[in-house]
Write a protein that binds this ligand. Structure first.
Ligand SMILES: [Zn+2]
Length: 324
């Protein structure tokens, strides 16, 4: 009660003072209170194409941004089909963030349908890409060094969008980006150390689709996948037979399913090769909010933990190297 009446008094003074020379001194407390309110509410609507980008935008943007993902947790962006509500969401966005590298084959159509004319951020811009037969591998976020580039591209876009009208919010984003880069750097260092501790011959695993090429190159693991870089095609019987042969020849330490793919193919290969499925990896999407891999950093850490555990299990060579 008392607060409200005080606030109203300030408000009156501010409103009355607007046209007078005394305005500069009259409105200070109310003005400060309003500024504090404003700092807690989002001022940019950000639409990210998939959950990993949405999380990076939230980490960097903090409470200056309201972020939504078109392709949500555990969903497959390769085969996503936008709905009319997605068209409306993009139309109402201030900033749209994409991965690029042909990951979102549906994005140009969606942008055109929405009439969106705002900033279109390509998070992977500037990443040294891994070339496959069909073009660049889009899964660049699976190397934390590239994740740092993603975060920096997103930071630059948010700061540009904020700086003219909200310079203080832009400065907050800059500070958050510095802190986030430090966390990415620390996890990258930790990942290298944990994988390097395993014998090189144990570092071979089988996954559903070729989503871990950047991870493989950065951290020294060989991934074998029956599907190519996209989930849209079914592997041929020949490819499946080859994977089973590779697994049987003990060239693979572990088989892992992915959160976005039907696990039956990997389970079938595991059965035919006489191997156990060593867990689940998060490839192209986070897990549901409040669960094990609901942020980019948690997803990465979960994958590293799962891989290290799977590659260590039953490791005859691990035991041999441990003995003098
Ligand atoms: Zn993929």
């Amino acid at each position: 009660m008392e607060f409200n009446s005080t606030r109203r008094a300030f408000q009156r003074r501010f409103l009355c003072g607007l046209g007078s020379a005394a305005a500069g001194t009259a409105f200070t407390p109310w003005h400060v209170a309003q500024a504090a309110d404003a700092a807690a509410s989002p001022v940019l609507k950000v639409v990210a194409t998939f959950s990993v980008l949405a999380d990076i935008a939230r980490e960097v943007g903090g409470n200056a941004v309201e972020v939504s993902a078109l392709v949500g947790p555990n969903a497959d962006a390769h085969v996503f089909e936008p709905t009319p509500s997605d068209v409306r969401r993009v139309a109402g966005a201030d900033v749209v963030i994409t991965n690029g590298l042909r990951f979102e084959g549906w994005i140009d159509r969606l942008i055109a349908a929405s009439g969106y004319r705002g900033t279109l951020v390509v998070a992977s811009r500037g990443v040294a890409t891994r070339q496959l037969s069909g073009g660049a591998d889009p899964h660049a976020w699976q190397d934390l060094a590239h994740g740092m580039r993603y975060a920096d591209n997103i930071r630059a876009a948010l700061v540009t969008a904020l700086s003219a009208k909200y310079p203080a919010r832009a400065a907050e984003v800059e500070a958050r980006a510095v802190a986030y880069q430090q966390r990415l750097t620390a996890l990258d260092r930790d990942t290298r150390a944990r994988i390097a501790a395993l014998p090189a011959e144990r570092r071979r695993v089988i996954t559903s689709h070729d989503a871990f090429g950047y991870f493989a190159a950065a951290y020294g693991i060989t991934f074998i996948a029956p599907r190519g870089w996209t989930t849209g095609s079914e592997p041929s019987a020949e490819v499946v037979a080859r994977i089973v042969r590779q697994a049987r020849n003990a060239k693979a330490s572990a088989m892992l399913v992915e959160n976005i793919s039907d696990p039956r193919l990997i389970e079938r290969i595991a059965r035919e090769a006489g191997l156990a499925v060593g867990g689940k990896l998060y490839s192209d999407a986070l897990s549901a909010p409040g669960t094990e891999a609901d942020t980019y950093l948690k997803m990465f850490e979960y994958n590293v933990r799962t891989l290290v555990a799977a590659m260590s299990v039953g490791g005859q060579s691990t035991e041999l190297t441990a003995k003098p």
